[in-house]
Design a protein around this ligand. Structure first.
Ligand code: 2P0
Length: 323
């Protein structure tokens, strides 16, 4: 029995599109911050005598598509470990599932670390990141603590995340809607690639953004990091909105929150907005400014829906007593 904890990451340069659906190789690299909130805790127990995998989400047995995705992932682990034994997977999620708050990132990062240990694989961080990527692309970044860069790579072996050094950043999450999204990231990425006239522009501009972001991290330039973050997110949403049929993840309140970031900057508090495949908006700022940003946002947005976050650890095993 092995238990692991992982938390979501929020990308400053986004991953949006695959060049290989099976291996989950991305069209571009991306760069993110793993947070210290919304942990997923996953226990994997190898059940040698059982007929099949048993997947339990928040105490309820699951047989749907989500459970099928976990069995497919366990098959990869079993192939590496030379095992055919089923497993019981018990997951507790504190992220609103499917709401664009990166539940698949924390979910597959925790599963990769717990399953590798349960099946006796001795994998280093890079190998765990590659493994987590096979479950969900962004999960490869939640294996890494703090800021992480996911290299697009040229093949399975070279597409993994690793730490990237830079200034201490924090985030404030504004939960606009914690419900599940209408179109999954996976489906929307394909539709963007196939129908958005801006798909190739997205790839070219994100490749340039990633290079500029790495430079900004090296310089410790929070202003450049923030400006690139906000612009990269808006470009992703522009490409998504241009799909046919269209997909729009941002709600009116999300747009208003992007305006809030500009309002804070106008009064000298540096915060920059980003949003993933959902209506929630995340503000990026200096780590020391997190409380000030949350308090300033609370003047116009329900305080109970604001979550202050800092850099968190990568996915890691915990003792059964702590689970
Ligand atoms: C990101 N997102 O970089 C981007 C920004 C959402 C918007 O990675 O198909 O759940 O499992 O590889 O990782 C969400 O996509 O997609 C995502 P799959 P994933 O964080």
């Amino acid at each position: 029995m092995s238990t692991a904890v992982a938390t979501p990451n929020i990308a400053l340069v986004k991953y949006w599109g695959k060049r290989d659906e099976d291996l989950i190789l991305p069209l571009t690299g991306s760069l993110s911050l793993t947070l210290d909130v919304f942990p997923t805790t996953t226990t994997v127990t190898v059940t040698a005598g059982a007929d099949a995998d048993d997947v339990v989400f928040d105490g309820a047995s699951s047989t749907g598509a989500a459970a099928g995705r976990i069995t497919k992932f366990l098959d990869l682990v079993r192939a590496q470990a030379g095992s055919t034994a089923p497993a019981r997977v018990q997951t507790r999620n504190s992220v609103p599932t499917g709401a664009g708050l990166a539940s698949s990132a924390s979910g597959f990062a925790a599963l990769a670390v717990a399953a590798a240990d349960a099946y006796g694989l001795d994998l280093d961080e890079q190998a765990l990141s590659r493994l987590a990527r096979r479950g969900s692309g962004s999960a490869c970044r939640s294996v890494i603590g703090g800021a992480a860069i996911w290299h697009a790579g040229t093949d399975d072996a070279s597409s993994f995340a690793e730490p990237v050094h830079g200034p201490a950043l924090g985030m404030v999450i504004a939960v606009v809607d914690a419900g599940a999204k209408a179109v999954s990231s996976r489906e929307a990425m394909i539709r963007t690639r196939d129908t958005s006239p801006y798909a190739s522009a997205w790839v070219a501009s994100t490749t340039a953004d990633l290079a500029a972001m790495r430079d900004a991290f090296t310089r410790g330039d929070v202003t450049a990091i923030g400006e690139l973050t906000e612009s990269n997110a808006l470009r992703m949403h522009a490409a998504i909105m241009a799909c046919r049929p269209p997909i729009r993840y941002l709600a009116p309140q999300s747009i208003a929150l992007f305006d809030e970031a500009a309002r804070l900057r106008a009064v000298g508090l540096e915060a920059y907005a980003t949003a993933d495949a959902g209506p929630n908006v995340v503000f990026v700022c200096r780590d020391g400014d997190v409380d000030a940003v949350r308090d300033a946002l609370a003047e116009r947005f329900e305080a109970g829906r604001l979550v202050a976050a800092h850099a968190g650890p990568g996915a890691h095993l915990i003792s059964e007593a702590a689970a």
